[in-house]
Design a protein around this ligand. Structure first.
Ligand SMILES: C[S@@+](CC[C@H](N)C(=O)[O-])C[C@H]1O[C@@H](n2cnc3c(N)ncnc32)[C@H](O)[C@@H]1O
Length: 324
């Protein structure tokens, strides 16, 4: 089987939970356009194609090129925009302004993290399995690469980074090994140098892969400010939803999933005032409801076909109609 740019996960679930009416859809993580294609096909199948618009956003120029090719047949029904989803409200507002339509979305998708194409391209530097520059920028135009982070941070800062964003138990000794390496050999510039330092310091070789994943994940999160931009995007995305509109987020590690879960819980909580007052009605009614009480995961069959799906967790939030 020839592998494409990226195999999207939980496609049937996204079609079912997100595509429920005609209108404006926003894919904040366009990637190779797999989810967008599935949304557009579902809109067509339901007879909503002509009365809908999909705005696809990605910060990676290569992703936009791949998605444009895939989504070309949908013509005016799709707009691809280069940008960061932390500015989703401004981007959607601008596109809708140009088309004189209301910036009010019935479905928004964030499929977080990196694509298979980004991981599998050695020159992007995301993977410990490939030799390449220690880069990890999703937006190649941004200024700070993973090498900049690894070479500029102190031992304490590196240890804290690997612990916070990678939940890496050996964070301190890995940071020390990096400092030793820098002293002996100068700045790091390649993925294989960092992977070599981590492998060398790992007493149990069977644990090396997990350690490598955690450290590379931590650096990627730092380089792309992934948690900061997610926080901004969640707030902006809910402000774009129309009544009954839904926000779907697929996350791949616990730091993201925890943030999404807590954000959804907060948005769907009514304010009942101080404890013990016993109000009949809340002081402030929640404006949203969580559609997925538990995160939706991929089934065994999907995981066997697409191992990336194993860690995927989908959560969906719906904006309530004011009358409810
Ligand atoms: C998991 S892939 C999405 C794959 C896509 N759903 C598909 O079906 O092909 C994540 C994509 O989101 C993009 N991305 C991640 N964070 C972003 C951000 N803050 N703003 C814009 N794009 C982002 C990445 O560049 C990558 O192309």
């Amino acid at each position: 089987m020839t592998r494409g740019y990226h195999e999207p996960v939980l496609v049937a679930e996204i079609q079912e939970l997100l595509v429920r009416m005609p209108g404006l859809y926003v894919d904040g993580t366009l990637g190779g356009g797999g989810h967008s294609l599935a949304i557009l096909k579902e809109l067509q199948r339901k007879g909503y194609g002509a009365s809908s618009l999909l705005i696809g956003i990605d910060q990676d120029e290569c992703a936009l090129t791949a998605a444009r090719e895939k989504l070309n047949p949908f013509g005016e029904g799709v707009v691809e925009v280069k940008g960061n989803f932390s500015q989703i409200a401004e981007i959607v507002g601008r596109v809708c302004g140009q088309r004189s339509i209301e910036a009010s979305a019935v479905g928004i998708l964030l499929d977080l993290g990196v694509s298979s194409a980004q991981i599998d391209t050695p020159e992007r530097g995301f993977s410990y399995s490939h030799h390449g520059p220690l880069d990890m920028r999703m937006d190649s135009g941004s200024s700070t690469s993973a090498a900049d982070v690894v070479n500029a941070m102190s031992q304490r800062e590196l240890a804290s980074l690997f612990f916070r964003y990678g939940e890496e138990p050996r964070s301190r000794s890995i940071a020390r090994d990096i400092l030793d390496y820098r002293e002996k050999h100068g700045p790091l510039s390649r993925t294989e140098e960092l992977a070599g330092i981590i492998r060398k310091g790992e007493r149990r070789p069977d644990r090396a892969i997990k350690t490598l994943s955690r450290v590379f994940q931590a650096l990627r999160i730092e380089v792309n400010h992934e948690l900061e931009v997610l926080r901004l995007a969640l707030n902006e995305a809910v402000s774009l939803l129309c009544p009954e509109g839904r926000l779907a987020v697929i996350s791949y590690h616990s730091l993201e999933d925890r943030m999404v879960k807590a954000f959804f819980a907060d948005k769907s909580r009514s304010d009942w005032g101080p404890k013990g007052v016993g109000l009949r009605e809340p002081l402030v009614k929640a404006g949203y409801r969580v559609v997925t009480r538990k995160a939706v995961s991929a089934g065994e069959r999907e995981v066997s076909l697409n191992p990336r799906a194993r860690s995927a967790r989908l959560r969906v939030l719906e904006k309530l109609d004011e009358g409810e």
